[in-house]
Design a protein around this ligand. Structure first.
Ligand code: NI
Length: 166
């Protein structure tokens, strides 16, 4: 798992152009890692691959709620926002409240390159927005209030320092 301080987490991920076996394998590996780490979402940069690929599953044990996203983008957002506490496998030990839109329209491709579009809300929408941030090099800690940012500054620095030592 790539931890804050690793430059790949700050890079903009590349668009997927080739829909081959290695893409399916990447998605499979990411689903496995997400389950193993006890997460509800994972973006490819977090496993060291700077590509626009993410997996999302609010119910990790339920394969029917699993989303495998290639080249995802948010094409519309509703006006209503809500403040929910988030965490991230790449920012261990830190949680914080983030304000995001409730409803979004998500467009993406599946691993074969077929286009899909859906309107989502609730926890799925929240996780998708968090994972899409990763693909743009953004971490949830960037979206915290100024006061909270000040509170976690030392912890973040310590995480980054340890990452750079490895
Ligand atoms: Ni994350």
């Amino acid at each position: 798992m790539k931890i804050v301080g690793d430059s790949i987490l700050r890079k903009k991920a590349e668009k997927v152009e080739v829909f081959d076996e290695s893409l399916s394998k990447l998605l499979d590996d990411m689903v496995e890692t997400m389950i193993f780490e006890g997460g509800v979402g994972l973006a490819a940069p977090q496993v060291g691959v700077s590509k626009m690929v993410a997996v999302v599953n609010p119910e990790p044990e339920n394969s029917e709620t699993l989303l495998r996203l290639v080249n995802p983008k948010i094409t519309e957002t509703g006006a209503e926002t809500e403040c929910i506490e988030e965490g991230c496998l790449s920012v261990p030990g830190i949680r914080g409240n983030v304000i995001r839109p409730v409803v979004i329209v998500l467009e993406y491709q599946d691993e074969k390159g077929n286009a899909a579009k859906m309107q989502i809300d609730g926890i799925v929408s929240r996780i998708v927005q968090h994972e899409l941030d990763h693909l743009a090099g953004v971490l949830f800690t960037d979206r915290l209030s100024f006061a909270k940012k000040m509170m976690i500054k030392g912890k973040l620095k310590e995480l980054a320092r340890r990452t750079k030592q490895e």
